[in-house]
Design a protein around this ligand. Structure first.
Ligand SMILES: [Mn+2]
Length: 432
């Protein structure tokens, strides 16, 4: 591909040198603060370097609402250009080397070509995502009234076959998971028989489960509402857990932060799924009202921290089989998607490192003594610690940017892509 602009390492290093003095100062202060608790910032840098969060291919295009989509300049027009943008993100933040594909939006002509293209850019493939919530051209049966839970066996068959196709493609490109989200549900009381719909869904999922390789995971994503507004088949974590347990050990629950009713205690949901051995992973985003798909950590950073507090608690407690997959899933309607995905990846790392700072012995002691305020203060102490210098150091040591946003803007990447990618056609940038 001619004229494929990339943000090269020399440029990143030159930008980093502009911030070197500032960062050294911040790191020294943070080091002194942590030393009071006998903590070494170095160990947190190493932990920050180990964290990975996957980027969704559909996230690099501008999203939209059911009212409008305001396209940005230089948007990727195909899966290869999406991978270029994902590579740009990873070159700056260095924690997003895996990309999650959506089929058929990202269906390649050749799996081998796609895999080679990703490998050349230091990218791998995260979970495959199937799509049975919209009809594709030439499709024999419509999903208007459902897919895996449809009343018509032929429609269910078609939806199952699509998922099997996703697994086959995933095997060819090195993916190790399939995420299934269905929009199945109803819009009127009486439209659907709740029990029949769930039975149909489980019957379909048993077939998909049987095709999932032994070293893969099958993620079930629940969502309270939308596109169905009266009832949804996989509406909540309880239904999700039941299905994952019914299907077997390869099936896990996936928690999308936006897919719960407002004010639901998501950190407790996370804890329950950890305890039951069924936490598969996350779709990170943020929300104010519903499934808003706002940028991760932009509205409720304390909630994100509290979720990571549960995750770190499981990690240090060495809960058997605990190995959740992290991914961003958000819609960028008014920002440059690359900027949003970078800052969201940083927020995930921030929440993780802050959660690592929690004095767990002190917390357990406060809990034993019933000292609610001290317990809370211990969490707040960690949450209010500015760990930016640790995160920046981790990025730099991996070859990334001290300040991803300013480096990205200084690089002129978006303008270059606007030139390289004229004729911006409509791309599929959905929200799942
Ligand atoms: Mn999602």
């Amino acid at each position: 591909m001619a004229n494929n602009f990339v943000i090269d390492e020399e440029f990143i290093a030159s930008q980093n040198s502009l911030k070197a003095d500032e960062l050294a100062e911040d790191l020294e202060y943070l080091g002194r603060r942590l030393a009071r608790r006998g903590l070494d910032p170095r160990s947190f840098v190493e932990r920050a370097k180990s964290l990975r969060v996957a980027v969704p291919s559909w996230g690099v295009g501008t999203g939209g609402t059911r009212f409008a989509r305001f396209a940005g300049a230089g948007e990727p027009r195909n899966v290869y250009e999406k991978l270029d943008d994902c590579a740009a993100i990873n070159s700056l933040v260095r924690s997003t080397s895996a990309v999650s594909l959506h089929i058929p939006w990202d269906k390649p002509e050749s799996a081998e070509t796609l895999k080679n293209y990703a490998t050349a850019r230091g990218l791998t493939f995260d979970a495959m995502n199937s799509n049975t919530f919209q009809d594709q051209p030439g499709q024999a049966h419509s999903y208007k009234f459902g897919s895996l839970s449809h009343m018509d066996p032929a429609t269910r068959r078609q939806a199952v076959d699509h998922n099997l196709e996703c697994i086959e493609l995933g095997k060819a490109i090195g993916s190790k998971a399939l995420t299934v989200w269905v929009g199945d549900g109803s819009n009127f009381a009486g439209q659907s028989n709740f029990r029949v719909a769930l039975e149909n869904y489980l019957g379909s999922m048993r077939e998909i489960y049987a095709a999932v390789p032994d070293d893969w995971k099958l993620f079930i994503e629940h969502k309270m509402f939308e596109p169905a507004f009266y009832s949804t088949v996989i509406s909540d974590w309880g239904t999700n857990y039941y299905c994952a347990r019914e299907l077997g050990p390869k099936a896990y629950c996936l928690v999308d932060l936006g897919h719960h009713a407002p004010n639901v205690n998501i950190e407790q949901v996370v804890s329950r799924l950890i305890q039951f051995g069924k936490l598969g992973g996350f779709h990170f985003n943020d929300s104010k009202y519903g499934d808003d798909d706002l940028d991760t950590g932009s509205v409720k950073p304390f909630q994100l921290f509290l979720i990571f507090n549960e995750l770190v608690d499981a990690e240090v407690s060495k809960v058997p089989g605990f190995d959740p997959a992290y991914m961003l899933d958000q819609s960028h309607n008014v920002t440059d998607p690359i900027e949003s995905l970078m800052s969201s990846a940083v927020e995930v790392s921030r929440a993780y490192v802050q959660a690592l700072l929690v004095d767990r012995e002190g917390l357990a002691e406060a809990q034993r003594k019933g000292d609610a305020l001290l317990a809370h203060s211990i969490l707040k102490e960690a949450f209010t610690t500015d760990v930016s210098a640790i995160l920046a150091t981790a990025r730099i040591e991996l070859g990334g940017a001290a300040d991803p946003l300013s480096c990205y803007r200084a690089s002129g990447y978006r303008n270059e892509k606007a030139r390289e990618r004229p004729a911006s056609s409509v791309i599929s940038a959905g929200i799942v």
